[in-house]
Design a protein around this ligand. Structure first.
Ligand code: TPP
Ligand code: MG
Length: 546
């Protein structure tokens, strides 16, 4: 068999549905092999977007998303997406081409050492130097990408290797179960939980990776211990639960941190330090029980006393079996904090000013999205408002990146989410800055006939950095930009462009867009004038009074 045919067969054996990317001449054997495969090639307009799509596919399915590029410039375009998958814990395989390695007449033209370049941003990077090794290398790449902690892997397939003949056979996936925690450590944890006066549960990104919602809900209901979530842990347990305190959108000085400071034990389910810390540990502060697939990485702000290592759902199940409500537990402060947060997240929901108030926008989006609707956020200051104020009802319905926190992933991740969940409403929410970093993918979305709505929050600036600039006492300088006419821009791609002229217009327009189907882009002028006052000052002052 031709080596590139075997490569595609190996991908099929892994259950691959799509390959996102842009082939170059070094991938032409592979492309030809793909012709007869059930795997669909999804051509994008930039490799970075293909990488974001593959990573999001992996994030939502647990199976590595696959993307393809040529050597040199195509492969270097994958770098940000690789880091996005690696830091975000999203399984993703990049396949890149290369000039022939046995003999080549092109000197060093376009040659970059891609395998070496990928080292710091992948779990595994390898050049395939013989057709014979394809089955084992592909299997190993998938195994590593998909095992905890999931991340990015890379295989380079040189042109001459792709074209050679091989008699190797595909290696089938092996069956395995995730290891589970030992009962002794569960008992130590239960002792600590029972002795604590004010235990508090934190739900982080790891709890969103596999199914752990059911067990967590049972643990929370049986123990009655209140909980909060990190930005990437949103939705694991319904945000409408009466014991849900809120979301750690800011790292410090929000209302929620009053509860965290009051706690003497945090039961951390699935957070690791790669996601922006929701709190900082100190020597004389609360204790932490770390529950995750892997042991905790120690950091100046994170040094848990007990680690329960193994399948999260099983660990939580074991805890649930043994936990008993304790008379001496005192949740009065947490309950008080919850009251303040519940009020605070709705503040501004009825503020009809135009340009639109971000707090109102968040609640409007909540109103139009069904329980299982997915919002995919790019990175900008609005991410804080959504993380803090938007209640998520189901796992993985808020796709945001608080690990690499890159701009540019909002639109591609929404597109991949719609491909994985064609029956759900999906919305991309981007700033004018982040949207323009991958706006060319509007063409891909139109070509794929995806039904998505893209909100562009327009402040004609890199607003997030303006907000930080103000927070740090710097003058307002260097962050304003100009924009295309977004309505015409969308129309020129064959998408539908809209601009709202009043705050009230947003909800009916979004419903219309979903009914009409197709790719809709809505420009929403936003009023960020109070970000600094509220996020940097008011919340801090008010939280001191709780
Ligand atoms: C690729 C990348 N470049 C730069 C940054 C730093 N950064 C974070 S948010 C931001 C501004 C975002 O602007 P915009 O998308 O317009 O959103 P806004 O905050 O204005 O709502 C910048 C420059 C980043 N996170 N990622
Ligand atoms: Mg902006």
């Amino acid at each position: 068999m031709k080596a590139s045919d075997l490569f595609i067969k190996a991908l099929e054996a892994e259950g691959v549905e799509y390959i996102f990317g842009i082939p170059g001449e070094e991938n032409l054997d592979m492309l030809d092999s793909l012709k007869n495969s059930r795997i669909k090639l999804i051509l994008t307009r930039h490799e970075q977007a293909a990488g974001f799509m593959a990573a999001t596919y992996g994030r939502l399915t647990g199976k590595a998303g696959v993307c393809l590029s040529t050597l040199g410039p195509g492969a270097t375009n994958f770098v940000t997406a690789a880091a996005y998958a690696q830091l975000g814990g999203m399984p993703m395989l990049m396949i890149t081409g290369q000039k022939p390695i046995k003999s080549s007449k092109q000197g060093q033209f376009q040659i970059v050492d891609i395998v070496d370049m990928m080292k710091p941003i992948t779990k595994y990077t390898h050049q395939i130097s013989s057709g014979h090794n394809i089955p084992s290398r592909v299997r190993e790449a998938f195994r590593l990408a998909q095992s905890e902690r999931p991340g990015a892997v890379h295989l380079e397939l040189p042109e001459d290797i792709a074209a050679e003949e091989t008699d190797a056979h595909v290696i089938q996936k092996s069956q395995f179960r995730r290891p589970v925690a030992e009962f002794k450590v569960i008992q130590q944890a239960i002792d600590l939980i029972h002795k604590a006066k004010k235990p508090l549960i934190l739900i982080g990104a790891g709890a969103n990776r596999k199914q752990s919602s059911k067990m967590l809900l049972e643990f929370i209901d049986k123990s009655g211990i209140p909980f909060f979530s990190t930005q990437m842990g949103k939705g694991v347990v319904d945000g409408r639960h009466p014991l849900f305190l809120g979301n750690a959108a800011l790292s410090a000085n929000d209302f929620l941190h009053r509860a965290i400071q009051d706690a003497d034990l945090i039961i951390n389910v699935g957070h690791d330090v790669i996601e922006k810390p929701p709190f900082f540990m100190s020597q004389d502060g609360f204790k932490v029980i770390h529950i995750n697939y892997l042991n905790a990485s120690i950091d100046p702000v994170y040094f848990p006393q007990i680690s329960i290592i193994g399948d999260i759902a099983n660990s939580v199940y074991q805890l649930k079996e043994s936990v008993q409500k304790q008379e001496h537990w005192d949740f009065s402060c947490f309950k008080n904090v919850r009251k303040h947060i519940e009020k605070s997240v709705l503040e501004g929901a009825d503020d009809n000013r135009f340009p639109v108030y971000p707090q109102k926008l968040v609640q409007d989006v909540r109103k139009v999205m069904p329980e299982d609707g997915i919002i995919a956020l790019d990175n900008g200051v609005y991410k804080i408002w959504f993380a803090r104020n938007y209640k998520s009802y189901q796992p993985n319905t808020v796709l945001l990146d608080n690990a690499l926190a890159t701009m540019g992933a909002g639109l591609p991740s929404a597109m991949a989410a719609k491909m994985v969940h064609p029956d759900r409403r999906v919305m991309a929410i981007c700033g004018d800055g982040g949207f323009m970093m991958n706006s060319q993918e509007l063409e891909t979305a139109v070509r794929l006939k995806l039904d998505i709505v893209v909100l562009i929050l327009n402040d004609n600036a890199y607003g997030m950095i303006k907000w930080k600039q103000a927070n740090m006492g710097f003058d307002n300088f260097g962050l304003d930009l100009g924009n295309p006419d977004f309505v015409k821009y969308a129309d020129s791609y064959g998408a539908y462009g809209h601009r709202i002229e009043s705050s009230d217009a947003l909800i009916p327009l979004i419903h219309d867009c979903y009914e009409k189907k197709g790719v809709h882009l809505i420009e929403v002028p936003v009023d960020y004038s109070e970000n600094d006052r509220i996020l940097n000052n008011e919340i801090k002052e008010k939280s001191k009074l709780i």
